[in-house]
Design a protein around this ligand. Structure first.
Ligand code: ADP
Length: 671
């Protein structure tokens, strides 16, 4: 798992870095300590050399002391100055060849060191030293010895024996007793720095004499140096507290530590940055996954193309739509496999145009035809948008593609059913008309029959009585009446025939007046039955309208019929006269309007709020014999012409239904 491995790597990195840094700090500290140590060692060597040199200088002083020829008093006098100058010398003895004391002198700074224990105790050391001195023919030192003092403390002493020759053979010895303590303080102590202590120790570390403050604790530097003296070897121990390794012994360590801390800080910052990066990466992956899921679940086909028109991306919906696989579509080159071969040229041209247009594309898209893998064609709606990259530069086109074949099929179906519905409505109207027709035809037929009877009577009476004056004039009149009535009946029948006959749906320019004339015979049929007077007002400035006249005539007829029926309410006694007005005028106030407004105004009971809400719903009717299709069809027809159908109340009572039709451009109306 990459996450866990990344963690392990991080832990390893941090551990390595921590190890490296602590090693570095430790090494720097050690380097610092070793520096101090070696300095101390040099100092120790120097100190030992200093002591030895001082002791040698002392011996030179002893050798110039007056020889044994002098009297003990004279000798004592001559050494008294020496003792005053050299505080480290406790006692000087002049001994003869058999080591018997001839004369002695004590340091003036103390009471005699041998006062408490006597000189005899150290006799063995003295004789050993002098034996060695005799062997060396030079100075020799005894081993050190402890002398308790009267003040309760004690001093570590060292004897030195110097043979004093007389006439070539040893005639006696000069025995010098040194205090180790004072050797340290007098010979080298002065130049020793603070924080150090100097001591003589035995080989096992037991301290014999010391100068300076002893260093405590484990952090002291200690150096031991052997001080070789003839006959004796002393251990010199130098301790230093100065430069005791603190947390940061020096600049180097501090620097290394500071750099390490900076490194750790940088590492922490890097870690934080990495964490942020990871989070962003994670979010990005989420967003990508979301986008992918979205694209895959889309039913809209998506297609991206580069600026040359080559497909660079397709989603599963698009692949499914055209039946090709994504890899077949990508980088296929031109033309893409879903272009119908017969359209390739046209589509190529269209694409070239689009590229030339740049980023200003219609948002509503355009329709086209694509080909499936099996060769079948299907209509699509394509909405193109420029593909802009993060730098704001256009890199291609993104298209959403909708398969609209189903939509087209439904539209086709609904158009067919609409047509059927209209035909049905027309037949229904005709059915309604049939009763009116029979009523209307009754009159001319009755007239014809009565004229015919009259004519027959005339003929019979003429045959019976030949002397009768000529009645051919009456006959002619009767025949003319018969012809008139027959013509009238014929007109009635023709008007119905004209209406019912289904003509091609063609839009033609037609004068509004002619539309009214066409429906007038039928309107007046009903008007006469319902005792309604029909008024016609046509504005002379109205030009021809562009419409399917059959349809619009039916609309006019429907509205007129509705208006007349609305005036048949129970309160008809209220008005002496019922008037239906058919009015035509330009839609807007100016005469050059592009629209003509038709209005059908009645004085009926009006339309209640409740009825108004459902008025245009198919099959809504308030009449016992009504179909409720009239108004819904009227509106469809008018909207198909691009016009609007609406209604308003007329005061004090009545309703006005209006609709608009477009003016035919300049085409002259055919007669
Ligand atoms: P139908 O005439 O077959 O009832 P329509 O769609 O033509 O169907 O009319 C629907 C209803 O609208 C009518 O039943 C009537 O109630 C109401 N209506 C239509 N025109 C008018 C009008 N001019 N005045 C009052 N009511 C009307």
């Amino acid at each position: 798992m990459p996450g866990r491995r990344r963690w392990a790597l991080w832990v390893l990195l941090v551990a390595l870095l921590a190890g490296l840094l602590s090693t570095l700090v430790w090494l720097a500290g050690r380097y610092e300590s070793s520096q101090v140590q070696s300095r101390l060692e040099q100092d120790a060597v120097q100190t030992a050399a200093d002591i030895r040199a001082a002791l040698t200088r002392n011996i030179q002083r002893f050798q110039v002391l007056p020889a044994h020829s002098a009297s003990p008093d004279a000798w004592r006098l001559s050494v008294s100055e020496l003792l005053r100058e050299h505080r480290e010398i406790m006692r000087l003895e002049w001994r003869d060849a058999a080591l018997g004391t001839v004369a002695s002198a004590d340091t003036p700074y103390r009471t005699s060191v041998f006062a408490r224990l006597g000189r005899k105790n150290a006799q063995a050391d003295v004789s050993l030293a002098c034996a060695a001195a005799r062997r060396f023919s030079g100075p020799a030192y005894s081993t050190s010895f402890f002398l308790p003092q009267s003040d309760g403390l004690g001093l570590e002493m060292l004897d030195m024996c110097l043979p004093v020759p007389a006439a070539g053979r040893p005639a006696g010895y000069l025995v010098v007793t040194y205090s180790l303590q004072d050797i340290l303080s007098e010979l080298v102590g002065k130049q020793m720095g603070r924080g150090r202590s100097l001591a003589f120790t035995e080989v096992d570390g037991t301290r014999l004499a010391m100068y300076g403050n002893p260093a405590h604790g484990s952090r002291a530097y200690v150096v031991q140096q052997l001080l070789d003296l003839p006959g004796n070897t002393l251990v010199l121990r130098l301790e230093s507290r100065r430069g005791t390794p603190a947390l940061f012994p020096n600049l180097l360590t501090a620097l290394v530590t500071a750099m390490s801390m900076a490194l750790v800080a940088v590492l922490a910052l890097l870690g934080r940055d990495m964490r942020r990066r990871l989070k962003v990466e994670h979010d990005l992956a989420d967003a990508l996954a979301f986008r992918k899921a979205m694209e895959d679940s889309l039913v809209t086909g998506m297609r991206a193309r580069d600026l040359q028109g080559r497909v660079t991306y397709v989603n599963p919906a698009f692949c499914q739509m055209v039946g090709f696989e994504a890899k077949e579509l990508l980088h296929h080159g031109m033309p893409p496999p879903y272009w119908p071969p017969e359209q390739v040229e046209e589509y190529g041209q269209r694409q070239a145009n689009r590229l030339a247009v740049g980023a200003t594309l219609p948002r509503e898209g355009f329709e086209s035809v694509f080909m499936r893998r099996d060769g079948s064609r299907f209509p699509v709606l394509i909405i193109d948008a420029p593909l802009i990259n993060a730098l704001g530069k256009q890199t291609g086109w993104m298209s959403a593609i909708l398969d609209v074949s189903e939509q087209r099929r439904i539209e086709e179906l609904s158009r067919a059913s609409q047509d059927r519905l209209q035909a049905t409505a027309r037949l229904a109207t005709v059915g309604e008309m049939a009763s009116l027709l029979s009523h209307e035809l009754n009159q001319p037929l009755a007239a014809i029959s009565s004229y015919a009877t009259g004519a027959l009577n005339l003929l019979q009476s003429a045959a019976a009585d030949a002397q009768q004056p000529d009645n051919s004039e009456d006959m002619q009149r009767a025949m003319r009446r018969i012809a008139e009535q027959a013509e009238r009946a014929g007109k009635v029948i023709k008007s119905v025939h004209d209406f019912v006959r289904r003509r091609d749906q063609v839009r033609e320019p037609i004068a509004p007046r002619r539309l009214l004339d066409a429906v007038m015979p039928l309107v007046s049929l009903q008007a006469r039955k319902l005792a309604v007077r029909v008024l016609i007002q046509v504005d002379a400035s109205c030009g021809p309208v562009l419409c399917d006249r059959t349809m619009v005539e039916q609309v006019l007829l429907n509205l007129a019929r509705n208006g007349m029926q609305a005036m048949q309410g129970p309160d008809k006694s209220r008005r002496a006269e019922k008037v239906l007005t058919l009015r035509v005028r330009p839609a807007a106030s100016n005469a050059h309007s592009r629209w003509v407004e038709f209005a059908v105004i009645d004085q009926g009971e009006g339309i209640s709020e409740q009825v108004a809400q459902q008025l245009f719903m198919p099959f809504f009717t308030t009449k016992a014999e009504g179909m409720g299709l009239g108004l819904s069809l009227c509106r469809t027809v008018i909207e198909q012409h691009g016009g609007l159908l609406g209604f308003e109340a007329v005061l004090p009572h009545g309703t006005i239904f209006t609709f608009t039709l477009p003016v035919a451009a300049t085409a002259a109306e055919p007669e």
